[in-house]
Design a protein around this ligand. Structure first.
Ligand code: AHR
Length: 370
């Protein structure tokens, strides 16, 4: 249905936008000529031009301001690309995109600028989960619907809808997989090191909470848990210090995203520590972007818990429903998979009493991944 809606809006956009821009160009020419003439019609024609301009911008394209977290990871690149692909002129949108570079103050400024620009809709992927109450009230007062994607806002529910992932569930799944895998392979968990994502992001909070709850249930020792800011450099830096401080004390490393795992692998390579299938360290990651899955397939990452970045089509569906005056779902969860490197060890895990499938990574899966 969404595909059909998109095709319909694409067709409507190409025919109406060309006729409106023709009209504007003709009127601009008339106004310019009249003004050069110094005649009375100059003012009238100029006024008409202004009116036509405003009709073209207000009536034709839906303007969407998107305050994106930054560009810290492969996941983020896929999220940005998805939004740019969906909210393009051909689909009837004008996208005002702001990369907030992981700076919360810049993100609040971006949203306030969208209000000043009087965009039709605002999309926020909140860097951190708090500090949103005032600016969301400002959006409401300006009458601009806000759609939150990916990370959650925890100190206000003053927005229209949220589309994203259940990060605590991802943390639970990683923990239960580790327990089942270690049992199946006869591995005793000696010590766990965690490289967290950006402190205060709902992603970091959820994955940490979920995994720590499972660790507590099974009596595992988490030796340390530090912020790697969801970047490869951050992951490498934290892992380098872990290799020095906890040498010989750990056999599990949990990275809260793929890019941190890439950095951790570089640090472990330099320290002469083996990891992955048949390595000394079990390496767990989150995101399951293409490069992450390639490492899973190669056996360097044991398991990768997907976080699906392709929220934009669902957001477009919400906007189209709002445009049509329809009710919208206020909460939309993305579909996600748990990817593993070994086909013959486990096929399912049980999380909170529910059996969940594990997916063995193949070439076809990698080809279709973002
Ligand atoms: O909020 C989603 C997280 O943000 C992804 O796991 C990570 O890669 C990104 O930076």
């Amino acid at each position: 249905m969404l595909a059909l809606a998109m095709v319909a809006s694409l067709a409507a956009c190409s025919s109406s936008s060309s006729s409106s821009s023709d009209t504007t160009a003709a009127e601009t020419e008339a106004a310019t000529t009249a003004a050069e003439d110094g005649s009375e019609e100059a003012t009238e024609a100029a006024d008409e031009t202004e009116a036509a301009d405003s009709t073209a911008s207000d009536g034709e394209l839906i303007t969407v301001g998107f305050a994106q977290v930054g560009h810290e990871s492969d996941w983020r690149t896929a999220s940005t690309q998805s939004c740019q692909d969906v909210f393009c002129e051909e689909n009837g949108y004008e996208l005002v995109f702001v990369d907030c570079d992981q700076d919360s103050a810049a993100q609040l400024d971006a949203v306030r600028n969208f209000i000043e620009q009087d965009v039709d809709y605002i999309i926020i992927d909140p860097i951190v989960s708090t500090g949103w109450d005032t600016v969301l009230t400002e959006c409401e007062e300006a009458g601009i619907p806000v759609i939150v994607i990916d990370r959650t806002i925890d100190d206000s529910d003053n927005y229209t809808a949220w589309v994203g992932s259940d990060f605590t569930a991802e943390g639970y799944a990683a923990g239960e997989w580790l327990n089942a895998y270690a049992e199946a392979k006869g591995i005793e968990i000696s010590g766990i090191l965690v490289i967290e994502g950006t402190t205060g992001s709902s992603t970091q909070l959820g994955r940490t909470e979920g995994f720590e709850e499972i660790a507590e249930n099974y009596g595992w020792t988490i030796l340390d848990s530090q912020d790697g800011d969801f970047t490869e450099a951050g992951g490498q830096e934290v892992m380098e210090s872990y290799c020095q401080s906890y040498s010989g004390q750990f056999n599990v490393v949990v990275c809260q995203n793929d890019n941190e795992a890439f950095g951790a692998m570089t640090a472990m390579d330099a320290a002469g520590i083996s990891y992955g299938v048949d390595g000394d360290v079990i390496l767990i990651s989150f995101d399951a972007c293409t490069a992450g899955l390639e490492y899973v397939q190669a056996g360097s990452i044991n398991a990768d818990f997907e976080c699906n970045p392709l929220a934009a089509p669902f957001v477009a569906e919400i906007i189209e429903a709002l445009e049509a005056g329809e009710e919208v779902e206020s909460t939309v969860y993305m579909t996600e998979h748990w990817y593993v490197a070994e086909e013959d060890v486990l096929t399912t895990i049980t999380v909170n009493g529910e059996e969940q499938e594990l997916t063995y990574v193949t070439d076809e899966i990698i080809e279709e991944q973002y």
